[in-house]
Design a protein around this ligand. Sequence first.
Ligand code: 15L
Length: 268
Amino acid sequence: MTKILLTGATGSMGRAIRPLLGEIATEVVLSGRREITDLAPHETFRLAELHDAASLHAAMQGCDAVIHLGGYSIEGPFAPIMEANILGLYNLYEAARANGQPRILFASSNHVVGFHAQSDVIDASAMPRPDSLYGVSKVFGEALARFYFEKFGQETAILRIGSCFDEPTDHRMLSTWLSYRDFVAFCRAAFTVPVLGCPIVYGCSANDRSFWDNRAANYLGWQPQDNAEAWAAQVEAAIPNPDPQDPLHVYQGGKFTALPIHQEGDDA
Ligand code: 15L
């Protein structure tokens, strides 16, 4: 069994998956910028900031695996994206190198390929077509993971997460939704498969309407159990006439493709 470091433990996805991690780990080190005090017996907390290399080194000590959810997770001004997703990711990989190279689950994003059309089904060999500065930072993250694999043998599962929320709430999410339990099952597969390597996998449940072909990752043995189709009637009733010209329904990255670039002085 495993001691897992969860970065970004206080973020919305971190909070949602935390109760499930006891199923795949004997110990969980929660790290983040705000202290967590309601710890279960198998949990500890380490205050860590992605831009503070020393705090990451300390948090990773003795860990066998890392679920890296920390970082800037939406479109925004470039400075904080750069600090968390570029400098912060470099700090994370250096901390791993100094701590016996635990396997890393890197939470990449569908926004790496956001400008691919929803009418196309793509696989891991698709060209990156980032839809935002945030998506560009995740392209960097995927390249960094690959670099540490080629150079040092550091194994990473690069998961291009679709929409990891309680349930799908619009038509796009009927394609992109990833349930929390399917995410945790993916972590289990990535941390237990004998040879992981550095695969790129699309993070969605077994959705009938998926845009993504994950057959190249079959060797991981991951079989998502949930299907967004169970919410189709609810979504269609709530949004009966989706506009087919709306970027939300044209591109895989949905509304991110239409967001303006933040200028200095804009609100974050
Ligand atoms: C992401 O990468 C974001 O972190 C999340 O907030 C959602 O916007 C998600 O993608 C999505 O595309 O639905």
